[in-house]
Ligand binder design. Structure first.
Ligand code: NAP
Length: 363
């Protein structure tokens, strides 16, 4: 049985990964060992085992596989020393730290299983989960990618608070509570303007330790660091990661857009404008999309269906990746638009990692 060490299992991605592994009985076929950067020595609530120190190289070196959902700083601190010490196990990581390295594969098996299998045969040992919006975009438009129909895409994202981690979720809830309580106290206000001006006044004094700006009742049009070309790093990932996952050289398919954090708790949404390589009837586009994988669902382009099936509230906690608002744009016959929503903690993070573990176990 493979000895698998889990680091970062207490966080958002890690907890969802463990939940999915329990649901799928994955723990029956591995020997799990739980690590933490802050809770070493305590008892793991999942399997009643002692939690190990995630910085202890000697303990880590004994593992066949390390799964880290801890974040890039941990990878930066541990990965090189571990490899330098001669460790030859599989490193599976949800952070972006090693994603673009030449000896790393970005894992999204419904899209690139062949590349994963080939690289395992070649002895590659680093398998890294993709950026959440990139993975969700690829799964929602998988059929169009597979049939080589896309010339370029702009993706405008609406990304949930949980995409930034557990502390950010708590901050969003605290901000919502503060704003909500102001309204409660103001229930008998004479006019909506009174409520509105009170909210606006307090918006500036909300706790913003993690987000850097109010997110409840607002949005933040910037995610991650600035790149030299004016993109945010989140926007840069759209192009480079998509092409790498598909096995293309950079910029083969052009993807660009603006990434925005919104006050949704869970699920990333994206609005696409796509230029196709040829004019195809909308009906055929819908068929190509829905036939690609079991999780993508084409939603009728009407108000009722969109409200019922195409919102974070409807999709959170599910494996479905609905795509709707599909229509031809007035710009020309090769231009289409679409809107998709997906749970960024499931298909956007934990599920590709869980499925990679299965691939290793089954080899
Ligand atoms: P997170 O929720 O902030 O958790 C990371 C670690 O923080 C935990 O494993 C835990 O480690 C520690 N921690 C400190 N206080 C905690 C608390 N109150 N509750 C739970 N954990 C706490 O981070 P994450 O969102 O899971 O992201 C992990 C990595 O995955 C990042 O590199 C991120 O970029 C990437 N990723 C995230 C998403 C997403 O949707 N969130 C999607 C794709 C990729 P210790 O046990 O060691 O203290």
């Amino acid at each position: 049985m493979l000895k698998m060490g889990f680091v970062g299992w207490r966080g958002m991605v890690g907890s969802v990964l463990i939940q999915r592994m329990i649901e799928e009985n994955d723990f029956n076929s591995i020997e799990p060992i739980f690590f933490s950067t802050s809770k070493a020595g305590k008892t793991c609530p999942i399997f009643d085992a002692k939690i190990q120190n995630a910085y202890d190289l000697n303990k880590l070196k004994k593992l066949n596989v390390i799964i880290t959902c801890q974040g890039g700083d941990y990878t930066k601190r541990i990965y090189k020393s571990l490899r330098n010490s001669g460790w030859k196990g599989y490193w599976i990581d949800s952070s972006s730290k090693l994603r673009m390295d030449s000896n790393s594969i970005i894992i999204l098996d419904p899209i690139n299983l062949k590349i994963i299998e080939q690289s395992l045969d070649l002895g590659i040992k680093n398998f890294i989960g993709g950026n959440c919006t990139v993975s969700l975009m690829l799964l929602s438009l998988g059929g169009l990618f597979k049939n080589n129909l896309i010339e370029w895409i702009t993706s405008m994202t609406y990304q949930a608070a949980s995409g930034a981690g557990s502390k950010h979720m708590i901050e969003l809830l605290n901000q919502m509570r503060i704003l909500g309580n102001l309204v409660k106290k103001n229930n008998h206000a004479k006019s909506i303007l009174e409520i509105d001006s009170k909210i606006t006044k307090y918006m500036g004094s909300l706790p913003i330790k993690n987000f850097g700006a109010p997110i409840a009742g607002s949005l933040i049009p910037w995610i991650d660091q600035k790149m030299d070309n004016g993109q945010s790093k989140e926007e840069w990932k759209g192009n480079v990661e998509t092409n790498k996952i598909l096995g293309f050289s950079p910029n083969t398919i052009k993807i660009d857009g603006i990434c925005v954090r919104i006050g949704a708790m869970r699920c990333h949404s994206q609005a696409f404008i796509i230029k196709l390589k040829k004019d195809i009837p909308l009906y055929d586009i819908e068929s190509i999309i829905k036939e690609h994988n079991p999780w993508v669902k084409v939603i009728k382009n009407d108000s009722n269906s969109s409200l019922k099936k195409l919102t974070p509230a409807a999709v959170s906690g599910t494996m479905s990746i609905p795509i709707g608002r599909l229509r031809k744009l007035s710009f020309g016959k090769k231009y289409i638009t679409a809107f998709t929503v997906g749970d960024q903690l499931l298909w956007g993070a934990a599920e590709p990692i869980r499925r990679m573990l299965k691939i290793l176990v089954n080899r």
